[in-house]
Design a binder for this molecule. Structure first.
Ligand code: MN3
Length: 256
């Protein structure tokens, strides 16, 4: 009798385990033909709390620069970091002599001991230029005049990009890499720490920035972790050299 009870128990538990398995088998697998649509936020919805300095918007969506910069990094960078600099810059100049100045005028004369203004004015200007020169458009090339200047001052386009990589890996900590046009019209590569830039009074190399590369880890960490060189190599695919060419032309145009 005991034997029968025991074997019935085994039989019942066997039935349960089968049932369990059946339930597991019934879990539906995602249909590979249905592509899950991801809704990204819109950069045009990002606004500063106050004026005069506003968000300039982006000429592309957050996911347009993939795979070189992922959508999440772009969204955090633009709608959190950049917006933060813009809002704090407006706070920093409120009721001061700077309130009617352009951002370039502010950067040219600000007191470097005023770190709140220094960091946020720099952050605002630097990110505007960085986001402006990026684009999903493939295969853009420098204009003839800009291309000639690159060959004259660096030897070749590839030598220039390898110098940009060198300037990024040579920078300890967070900062920026720049392509600038100096007062004699010469192209130069330089780097700056934190949110400083070549328009500030402390710049080692002063000049008009025509290309800005953000080498803070927040610009690339999610995709590239600490690999700054790989990030720059990816970035070269999405730099719009037509926009940089226009900036070069404007910087050497005679001032009226
Ligand atoms: Mn940044």
């Amino acid at each position: 009798m005991k034997k029968i009870v025991l074997s019935s128990l085994f039989f019942i538990s066997f039935l349960f385990s089968c049932k369990k398995e059946k339930v597991l088998q019934e879990v539906q697998l995602p249909d590979p033909n249905v592509v899950e649509e991801i809704i990204y936020a819109n950069p045009a919805d990002v606004k500063t709390k106050e004026k005069p300095f506003e968000m300039k918007g982006l000429a592309y969506q957050y996911n347009d620069l993939e795979p070189y910069i992922d959508a999440r990094t772009m969204e955090i960078h633009y709608s959190k970091h950049h917006l933060g600099y813009a809002n704090k810059l407006n706070t920093a100049i409120k009721d001061t002599e700077f309130k009617t100045n352009t951002i370039e005028e502010i950067l040219n004369k600000l007191d470097l001991n005023n770190s709140f203004l220094r960091n946020n004015a720099g952050g605002y200007y630097n990110h505007n230029l960085f986001f402006e020169i990026l684009s999903p458009k493939k295969g853009t090339k420098p204009s003839t005049t800009f291309g000639e200047a690159i060959n004259r001052d660096f030897g070749s386009f590839n030598l220039m990009t390898s110098k940009l990589v060198e300037a990024s890996t040579g920078l300890f900590g967070s900062g920026w890499v720049w392509l600038i046009v100096d007062k004699d019209g010469k192209l130069k590569i330089t780097n700056t720490i934190n949110q400083d830039n070549p328009l500030m009074l402390n710049a080692v190399e002063k000049g008009t920035p025509i290309l800005a590369i953000d080498v803070w880890e927040h610009a690339y960490y999610l995709k590239y972790q600490n690999n700054r060189t790989e990030y720059l190599e990816g970035l070269f695919n999405i730099i719009n050299w037509e926009i940089v060419s226009k900036k070069y032309d404007n910087s050497i145009a005679p001032k009226l």
